[in-house]
Structures are given as structure tokens and as C-alpha cells.
Write a protein that binds this ligand. Sequence first.
Ligand code: ZN
Length: 311
Amino acid sequence: MCPDNGIEKSIWCKGIEVTPAYLEMVIKYFLDQKYEVVSLDQLVMVLNSKKVDKKYVVFTFDDGYVDNFTFAYPIFKKYNIPFTIYITSGFIDRQAIMWWHSLSDLLFDNKKISFELDNKKYDFDCSTIEGKERAYLNIGFLLRGCNESELADKAGKIFNLFKIDAYKKTDELVLSWDQIKKLNKDPLVTIGAHTINHLVLKNLSGADVKKEILGSKTMLESQLNYEIKHFAYPNGGRGEVEKREFEIAKESGFITATTTRSANVFLEHRNHLECLPRFDMAEGIGHKELQFLTSGLTHCLRNRFKRVITL
Ligand SMILES: [Zn+2]
């Protein structure tokens, strides 16, 4: 989420942010349309009951942003409806960085970016919005596919050059353990895991995938003294997580795991709880588009008429 006046500087993260007013509009839409808002545990019960006699919706937030506590939580409390926050434990522990926000700041504050990585020189003209967007895509591409040590090395080299403390930026944006503990005490809130470092899992070795998935579960459980049953794959699209990751999430003891593959959940998904699809909410999607999206038609077309999306 972002404050109503906070969109400008985070222009490159706009696809993942909504304002509190927009969130409330979306909640009202689903309630007006007679959807029942359920938790992930309740969703599993519905799927296992093998009978769906009404429409259900589950709200989830990824990464562990502090505004989930300051802005979203009061709204869900107001309507007395459940929601889930998937936590990337390394962000809270100051082990991992939200590099995309630091990159946003770097591009916003500079008209020209030059650096050297692996003996290759990179120069970006960031004097225009188009130039900044191009630079974001290119530098993002360099960082997105990294494993933990490569990311620390590459992001460190870029951000240090411009005196940007990416850990400080991440600290400003994420929940504290105290806030997570407070949220976890509320039956309306489900805390789920979202790996340690928020890397593209498909690019990692099997051992590293296991460490990322199980490590975040173990860390959350030791902090909260509570079993963590739900997981979301970071990034989570096609080419970013596949069968190997689904198996590892299942073996790690999660009841559900969600991707970012865009589709509705159907009864058949009770046999595929380790790869439940979701769809993004982006600021500006109005009632008509919501109706169209939830009808499943867009996803059906996007997924070549395949109804039940798993792999
Ligand atoms: Zn994420």
C-alpha cells in the first residue's frame, strides 16, 4: 500500500501499491457483491468440503510492508474480515534488501547513472521519465536473477557508489517483529512465510530453495511461537517458480502456497494446494473491471482456455 499522497516517488513500484481508499473500495465491492471474505484456513475447509454454494474471496499481502499494519489492518478491523500477510523474514531481520525501492530512489534522484559490474560498464541517461524507466528495467534485470551472494555483491556495488543504504530503506518500509507479533495475536490475521531473501527461486540450487522456503517458516515460528501453515512464492510467476519449488513447499509442511499466476481458485485446487493462483489488485481497477476479472474470463483467455491453473 502507499499513502494517498505517496505515489509519485515510487513510480516504478506503482504496480504493487494501492492507496487505503482504493483498498476500502475493493473490500466494499466484494461485500456488496455478496462474497464471503475468508482466511486461507477457511479456504482450505471450503475446498475440502467439495461443495461451493457461494462466492469467496481471500485477501493477501506480500513481503511484510509496515503499511499493512498502519493502513490496511484498521480497514480489515473496521469490516471485521480476515486477511493474510506473507513475511520475507530477511527483510525484518536486516539480512535482505528491498532493492527495487532503493533502485527507485536512485533513479528518482539522479539524471545519469554509471557503474561497472563484472568488468562491464553501464551508463544510463536518467534525465527523462522514459530514461528512468529504461534504466529501472535494465538494472532490475541485472539484480532480479541473482542468488543471495550475487545480489549482495551487485546491489552493494551499485548502491554504495551512490551512498544509498538499502538496509535503511528496507527498515523504513517493513514491519517490526513487535508489529508482526501484535498482528499474529488477532484471529483476523494470518501470518504466512515468503522466504528469507525474496529471490527468484527457479534460479537457485535445490538446497538454496529449501533453505529459503523452510528457513522463513522456521524463523517466523521461533519468533511467534506459532505454526506457520501458509506460504507465497516470491515473484511467483511462470519461469520464476515451477514443479521443484511446489514440491519443496509441500515437503516443508505448508498447507497452502500461492503463486502470482493469474486465475480464480476452483474446487479442483484442493488437489493442488501448493500452487494456488491469485490475481493482483492495482490502483485504478474499477467496479466493471473487477466484475470482468472475477468472472474468470480474462484469466481463461490469458491461460489459453485452461480453467484450473496450477503449473
Ligand atoms: Zn514478494
